[in-house]
Write a protein of this length. Sequence first.
Length: 363
Amino acid sequence: MGSKGIKSLMVAAFSLFCLHITSPVFAQEHEPVAHESAEAKLDPAKIILEHIQDAHEWHFFTLGDFHASIPLPVILYSPTKGFSVFLSSKFHQGHEIVPYKGYEMTGNKIVASDGTAVYDISITKNVLQMMLALIILVLLMTGIAKKYKDGQGVTSAPKGWQNAMEPVITFIRDEAAKPNLGPKWKKYFPYLLTVFFFILINCLVGLLPGSANVTGNVAFTIVLGVIAFFIILFSTNSHFWGHIFWPPGVPLFVKIILIPIEFASFFIKPAALIIRLFANMIAGHIIILSFVSLIFIFGEMNLIAGWGFSPLSIAFTVFIYFIEILVAFIQAFIFTNLAAVFIGQAFEGGHDDIDGHADPVIL
């Protein structure tokens, strides 16, 4: 076998490894089923959906009957039973899913066996990864702040992580905060930096094999959007609401049309932040897994086709993977920049706006 054949073999082996480690197996995979043959048909849709969904365990990879996973705490509240706390492994006995303490795991949800209401506040994979991202963010920023406090970066050149992070912080200040918020940029700068780095860290960590797809989870982006909505809401002034409910400089019949549109836009803006981040991040994960799955789809049709398509599939996967790293930075900045734009629009033109460039409200 020549060097090209050896390279093709290595690429195919790497493809199989990538599929194993990038496809989390949720609890519902362990439902009681008969042992499937080695030639069981691949279900790419199931693999992709399992990857982008949340789970009550942190699954890393599967090799045969061995599942490398970490059980996570399940925290449930029922009006009839009160609080129940246990590990998600209690639902598993080998490959079977069994009830525990009157609760059952159905798919990715936990329900009461008697049908009563259950409130699930468990520490899922997404929640745990957000906690890890928060710890990384706090350690990173407090470390940099301590160096500035000690004079490094002020009286001397910054070093290490401080040297790497200073251009990013300066970029957010000069491209997002100052242009959109004007003299008030310092008031909102901590929020902008926090949301930028929190999104960025979760995006980058989510690209690691076996990690959670946090930014591709709509619940995560909804929380970020709701926080942005309330910051925008509490930044508004009478000038802003005057333009919403009585747009100046337009005929009366146009005002009747514009008022509901302007009012709806107040809610559409944070919704746009939610959908944009969610859609862009989940799309990248789906594309990467789709390219990897193509190897096995072609392999089921013909073994030679599967091996032959492996180099092309891996090439596209690696290309999209690096694109996703770029997208992580872009989406974090877009969310931050648009949040700054919407906040700036909320107080623009009011009495406390030093620029005072907006027209007066005509009632």
